[in-house]
Design a protein around this ligand. Structure first.
Ligand SMILES: Nc1ncnc2c1ncn2[C@@H]1O[C@H](COP(=O)(O)OP(=O)(O)O)[C@@H](O)[C@H]1O
Ligand SMILES: [Mg+2]
Length: 257
């Protein structure tokens, strides 16, 4: 048992200690140290190639660090057996840029995929013919403002609607933390703002921790409490949104060193 689980000191939801991540000889993340606490709303910003997706994938255990430690909910992921790792991962919901939905299924089935960590294979398979737990799916779809689309085929929906389905799936999963990796980069600006507002509202209402990576800075300032700026694999700043100055943003996106 980890000693800090039994004490009253709140355990961070995420903690990275001296993390490096290499792909071959390329250093994607360099000496990353950070803590994210329960209920935090964090924007992870930086140019393409800065290391945002790599960091998100370390937080949800899809990737392992080359050096250093990734702690989630007070557990060092590298120390966990597969079953415990899956239990921790069940508490982390991820939303991706490309939605990761199955196009030719109806919306309800994509939303019910949020149960997959808990449902047996058989239950999940039977549910494809006789949908299970329609109420939970409908409630989640209502929360993202699309109740009327429950039985629509997913590929008939617009990009913004598909991203809402992906968010509804995460709501059904009901994790402690939501990671969103550039959730708006395939959407127009109107849809982008709506999705960012929706993520903020859902995380505020439920108290879920939210980490969103964003290529552009514009929404980070308005909708997040804390901004982590990544540049070429390093944390350039990690500050409350109101403390991030134009000069810091300029340094983050500057083309040359
Ligand atoms: N699986 C991989 N194999 C090799 N290089 C990778 C891999 N994933 C990411 N990289 C490299 O790591 C750097 C950071 O990538 P990424 O985390 O995707 O950045 P971002 O999400 O900020 O655009 C990039 O230079 C990218 O080419
Ligand atoms: Mg990325």
């Amino acid at each position: 048992m980890d000693s800090n689980l039994s004490s009253n000191i709140p355990v961070p939801i995420f903690e990275l200690k001296n993390v490096n991540k290499q792909f071959g000889s390329f250093q994607s993340l360099i000496n990353i140290n950070l803590q994210i606490q329960a209920g935090d709303r964090v924007a992870l910003v930086g140019s393409s190639g800065a290391g945002k997706s790599t960091l998100i994938n370390l937080l949800n255990g899809t990737l392992q660090p080359s050096e250093g430690e990734v702690w989630v909910l007070g557990r060092n992921l590298a120390s966990l057996r597969p079953k415990s790792l899956r239990q921790v991962q069940q508490q982390i919901g991820t939303i991706y840029q490309q939605f990761h939905l199955v196009d030719n299924l109806r919306v309800i089935h994509n939303i019910n995929a949020g149960h997959l960590g808990r449902w047996s294979f058989l239950k999940a398979a039977v549910s494809l013919i006789f949908p299970r737990d329609v109420e939970t799916a409908a409630r989640a779809l209502k929360q993202v403002g699309m109740l009327e689309k429950l039985y629509q085929r997913t590929d008939r929906l617009s990009g913004g609607q598909q991203q809402r389905v992906a968010i509804a799936r995460v709501l059904v999963q009901n994790p402690i933390a939501i990671l969103a990796d550039e959730p708006i980069s395939s959407l127009d600006s109107e849809r982008s703002r709506e999705i960012i507002q929706l993520l903020r509202q859902l995380s505020q209402d439920s108290g879920k921790t939210l980490v969103t990576s964003l290529h552009a800075f514009e929404y980070a300032h308005t909708y997040y409490q804390r901004i982590i700026g990544l540049r070429q694999g390093r944390i350039l700043f990690d500050a409350p949104a109101e403390a991030v100055s134009p000069a810091m943003v300029e340094a983050l996106y500057r083309l040359k060193d």
